[in-house]
Design a protein around this ligand. Sequence first.
Ligand SMILES: [Zn+2]
Length: 292
Amino acid sequence: MRQVTGHSIQRILRYRSTVRNPLRNFVRTAPPPQAGQARVRFAHCDPEVACRWRRFVALCPRIFADREAPSPTMPQTPPSPLEAMRRLIAGNERYKNDTRSVTALASQLQRGGLAAGQSPFAIVLCCSDSRAPAEILFDQGLGDLFVIRVAGNIVAPSGIGSAEFAAATYGTRLVVVMGHSSCGAVTATLEVLRGESTVASDNIRDIVDRIRSSAQTVLEVGKGRSPELQLRDAIRANVRNAVDHLRHGSRILEDMVNSGQMVIVGAVYDITTGHVDFLDVPAELREALPPQ
Ligand SMILES: [Zn+2]
């Protein structure tokens, strides 16, 4: 017998109302379960609420699958770069609209199954900034994204190695290098270049030095522009520099890109609007994607 405790349900109900209310509406309108579907025991639940949740659970066996069993829906082969981008764009649309997919929301209930393996559909190299978590802003759950986070979304040897590992081990075919607005690492680099501040340690200098060249170019080309515009341009230039570094700094990744097995794109996340703007998407993909 599969069991979902009242604790798990109540944990879901603690989410903000924009998540909770659509879930409740779904439960209210769900048709009754068919014979032979999993039985579910609800603890500490009002009987009427338990009845509604039972109907919901019956329709979503994947979400409430036995934690000890392998995930029955884990893909055996990763999706194409185009399909992966569609999933990221659709997830970001949900995030911007303050909604979440039920699958992503409840993926934590599948963690027992995920212990058997993983099949992330995209690799995301992004900044460590607390306001830019890839799993949340793309509305994805456990096992969906292979995320590499480092201040300034710079491409260091460990970042290249991490991307190579995911591509070689899991067959993941899309890499997204994602910067974000108001990035502290890029701001600090611009301030150092303007002579407004100094670097506090050799370790921080290593990060600044990897952003320096693209930021320097922006300052030279955009001389006289406002600091806000210079920061925006430096963030995009830093992403493009990182994409170029990933495409050509790894023989494994370069071979995969050249043979059409992998696509590496840039992106910038706007922390105010929640929108992710993809940069330099190959024409064949861009034509097949919804307009941004
Ligand atoms: Zn940042």
